[in-house]
Design a protein around this ligand. Structure first.
Ligand SMILES: [Zn+2]
Ligand SMILES: [Zn+2]
Length: 893
């Protein structure tokens, strides 16, 4: 997404470029093919055409799509588009590569890949990493969730689509836009045989992610078939500067070519034909004549552009000579069916690539579309098994994405789990709905109800006849966008200092000499260091610099900063440094144990498991994994057993340094367990093929050094994230001793043998439960007894009971309930100064207001509704008398 500044710079740049088109746009190729420049009389933009035209190719200027119902070229099926494009461009030297995962783990700023160029941001574009091939083509599956409400309705919106990319990354001398455009021209006219006179190239510009370039969009019959961006400038500072690496970024929607060539009324029918057919046959739904008539106007319901959706429906109904109700009744089921077809395809790819539905982050969008599917199925009582639909998608996409057939069983399990969870949520939602009042429902409340209880705005509308914000799902998903979380820690600024990192040369250096380059407060910068700084969840080394204790170590830029308890040296001194070996070895063992645990979780729980976070110090470690449910005892035991098998197998822990693209092609994106890793070369930690990760931390040389792994706790820390805590190595021994001591203590307290501890504790718990029950019963009896003897004071038409009691707040409520009636006022005050009060609705007393007033008067706080109130006073002398006085006054007036 472009920022406001980027948009402004882009518009200025476009104006400038259009003043000298031959300088900024690769028009030589077009001129050779007989194209000429025209100005659109509708939008005023410049475009190129080989026949005379007064209107550009944009559907907004033409008024509609002109390929529907026609066969402009031979119909293409979905996988065929990529097959032919990649093959055709191979002739010009483009290497086809496999798609990247849709979960953008190499990016800090994105959850999901949104465009093919995202694959190469930031590393390739910044020159940090070589592209896998150059030039290249890629069939990149992309996810975008800003149009959920439109999917199924307009016949052309998608949450998941394939952007076929044509990319080149070149030094200025080798950058050849004329050629790139010529390749596209040939693809359109020679390979696809699209009549040349139906094609228009529009002059435009593109800006985003701090980059800028002129661009050429191309259209035929009112459909944009692609956009070639010549990314050549950096605008991150607000100034336009030439990039050292110039980039070709051409993206074209694979779905569009299928639609264009088939000319069907919706794009879903030809993009996912087997799935749509299956859904039609399961539900018995057919495309009706009215629906076909409706579709050309469905664009009027595009929520991004429409002001009032109800008016839009009315307008369409008028054009089609039907009433709105009939129109909606015929159109809704079809649009729902198309939405299911579309959403399941997105879910298949996202879940395969390791995303999970959840209530946070990117997983949130997946939950929204999955629940949309559940809702449609329920609403229309369709007998759709989503598993079958997933299977059909995987089968159809096999030629292009064979990997999607791999994990189906696991995906079904995730879907089933979500279904159960949703059913539970729904049940709870029913209760909440029954208590809800129309006047409580604000826009914020609607979002909250959807977010926390799964109550859809459609349900609210049905029950309360309220207006739904037209962009409801957009509002909801916007709330869950990725925001960068920057670690807020105040570290001194150091610039242009590089500390030599001895720990990467040899992680067994514990003593070394170094020169003090800088001292800022208690932070010390050395010219070289063996102290490992905090990073990747690994806690820092401690030790000594001369007589000072090192208590923290951090990396800032290329410098390593050591925090010491006191300064015992000066800048320029040569100091003697000692790293605490014991601490280092313990942390190394824990760090390696976390890798093993990660591998074990994936083996036992499935391929959807990814590291979501980790922490390791000298006493304990933990690993957070993505997983859709809590772990069973059995699963935990299996994981632990597998971990210890790996430990006892005495496996070498390999530490490799590889160029990024080589590492990615050897081990895949599984490498990025800890998230984005910067740098041209990356460090790989490899434990056979059991676990391979990119990691900058310190590890044992051999799994046997870890001695053993014990899982000490497992908990769910957020939706779809499970935390597993462990101890290993020396800490494990210590933990054992600690547990041993505790057991001794327990034996002593319980006065039993070790084997009997569990039985004994159970016995005590049972006893406790029994006693509590008895106590409750006794309290009840006592309350009843007192209630019977209650005597009320009569004030006007009110029966008043105002007494100091020896109850806790809970009992005060119970007691009050027993003696209250329509005409009573009950005020109870206990020793601690708590007040509980109630007033029957025939008394005409606002007890909440009264208690608030009294509490304030007696240095406390209180309040409530008209019928119940509670409060607290600091000084309870005279409280009850005062209340009586007030009631007398109120009674009279
Ligand atoms: Zn125009
Ligand atoms: Zn590691």
């Amino acid at each position: 997404m472009a920022t406001e500044q980027e948009k402004r710079i882009k518009n200025e740049f476009k104006k400038k470029a259009q003043e000298k088109p031959e300088k900024y746009y690769p028009v030589k190729a077009l001129i050779e093919h007989g194209f000429k420049r025209y100005k659109c009389k509708v939008c005023g933009n410049y475009f190129w055409s080989c026949v005379e035209r007064s209107i550009c190719g944009d559907p907004n200027c033409i008024g509609e799509y002109q390929f529907i119902g026609k066969k402009i070229i031979k119909p293409l099926c979905f996988p065929e588009v990529w097959q032919r494009f990649s093959k055709f461009l191979e002739k010009f030297g483009y290497t086809p590569i496999s798609r990247y995962p849709v979960v953008a783990r190499w990016r800090e700023d994105l959850f999901f890949v949104e465009a093919s160029i995202d694959d190469f941001i930031p590393y390739v574009l910044e020159g940090v990493s070589e592209p896998i091939a150059n030039p290249l083509t890629v069939p990149q599956f992309c996810l975008r969730f800003n149009d959920i409400d439109n999917v199924g309705v307009t016949g052309r919106h998608y949450t998941g689509f394939v952007m076929i990319g044509q990319h080149a990354f070149e030094k200025p001398a080798n950058y050849k836009p004329e050629e790139y455009l010529e390749h596209i021209y040939l693809w359109l006219t020679e390979e696809l045989k699209i009549p040349e006179e139906s094609i228009q190239f529009h002059e435009d510009a593109w800006a985003g992610s701090g980059k800028l370039g002129p661009s050429m969009e191309y259209f035929s019959h009112g459909l944009e078939l692609g956009n070639q961006v010549y990314m050549q400038f950096d605008i991150s500072t607000g100034q336009i500067r030439e990039l050292p690496l110039k980039v070709l970024d051409m993206g074209m929607g694979q779905e569009r070519y299928v639609w264009f060539s088939n000319g069907t009324s919706t794009s879903y029918e030809c993009v996912m034909p087997t799935v749509v057919k299956k859904l039609f046959s399961i539900t018995g739904i057919k495309k009706t004549e009215l629906f076909e008539k409706f579709l050309p106007y469905s664009g009027k319901l595009n929520l991004d552009e429409v002001v009032d959706i109800d008016i839009a429906w009315k307008e369409i109904a008028k054009i089609l000579h039907v009433d709105v109700k009939t129109l909606k009744e015929e159109v809704y089921p079809l649009t729902a069916l198309f939405a299911i077809a579309e959403h399941t395809r997105t879910l298949l790819v996202a879940l395969h690539d390791g995303a999970l539905p959840s209530n946070v982050g990117g997983g949130y969008n997946l939950r929204v579309i999955l629940r949309r599917c559940f809702n449609f199925i329920e609403k229309f009582s369709w007998d759709i098994e989503l598993e079958k639909i997933f299977e059909e998608h995987a089968k159809y996409l096999k030629p292009q994405y064979p990997e999607l057939s791999e994990n189906l069983e696991e995906i079904y399990e995730i879907i089933n789990h979500e279904r159960k969870k949703y059913a539970q949520t729904k049940k709870k939602a029913k209760e909440i709905l029954s208590k809800l009042r129309k006047e409580d429902i604000t826009k914020e409340k609607m979002i909250e109800l959807y977010d926390s209880h799964g109550i859809t705005p459609e349900e609210l509308k049905e029950k309360f006849w309220i207006e739904i914000p037209k962009d409801f799902y957009k509002l909801v998903t916007e709330k869950h966008g990725k925001t960068e979380i920057m670690k807020e820690k105040r570290l001194p600024k150091v610039e242009n200092i590089i500390t030599e990192k001895l720990y990467y040369q040899n992680d067994k250096i514990y003593e070394f000499e170094a020169k003090v380059l800088k001292i800022i407060d208690n932070w010390v910068v050395l010219d070289r260091t063996a102290f490992y700084p905090r990073g990747g969840g690994q806690e820092p080394d401690f030790g000594k610099i001369n007589q000072s204790n090192v208590i923290d170590v951090e990396q800032v830029g290329n410098a390593v900063l050591h925090k010491v308890d006191k300064i015992t040296f000066e800048e320029g001194d040569i100091v003697k440094c000692v790293v605490n070996k014991e601490r280092r070895e313990r942390i190394k063992a824990h760090h390696t144990a976390v890798h093993i645990l990660n591998g074990a979780c994936r083996k036992i729980l499935g391929n959807h498991v990814w590291q979501a976070g980790s922490y390791k110090d000298d006493k304990k470690a933990r690993l957070d994994i993505t997983h859709y449910k809590t772990l069973s005892r059995e699963e935990i035991e299996k994981i632990e057993k597998l971990c210890n098998e790996i430990v006892s197998k005495n496996i070498k822990v390999e530490k490799l340094v590889l160029p990024r693209s080589k590492a990615e092609s050897l081990f895949g994106f599984r490498l990025y367990q800890g998230g984005a890793v910067p740098g041209r070369e990356i460090r790989i930690i490899k434990i056979n093929n059991f676990d391979v990760e990119a990691c900058g931390g310190l590890h044992a040389d051999n799994t046997a050094e870890i001695q053993g792994i014990l899982i000490t706790n497992v908990s769910k820390i957020q939706d779809a994230v499970i935390r597993i805590e462990l101890v290993a190595g020396k800490a494990l021994q210590e933990f054992g001793e600690f547990v041993e001591k505790r057991i001794e203590k327990l034996k002593e307290i319980l006065n039993c043998s070790e084997e009997d501890i569990v039985a004994k504790v159970n016995e005590l718990l049972n006893k406790k439960e029994k006693l509590e029950k008895e106590l409750k019963k006794k309290v009840k009896e006592k309350l009843n007894e007192i209630a019977k003897k209650t005597e009320f004071e009569i004030i006007g038409n009110i029966k008043l009971y105002a007494k100091e009691v020896e109850f806790e707040l809970k009992e005060m409520k119970e007691f009050s309930r027993r003696i209250s009636a329509e005409n009573t006022v009950v005020v109870l005050l206990n020793k601690k100064g708590f007040i509980f009060a109630s007033a029957g609705n025939k008394t005409g007393i606002d007890i909440g207001a009264l208690i608030r007033k009294i509490c304030e008067k007696f240095n406390g706080k209180g309040g409530g509704s008209k019928i119940v109130a509670q409060g607290f006073v600091k000084n309870k002398e005279g409280v009850l008398e005062c209340i009586k006085e007030e009631l007398k006054k109120l009674g009279k007036s």
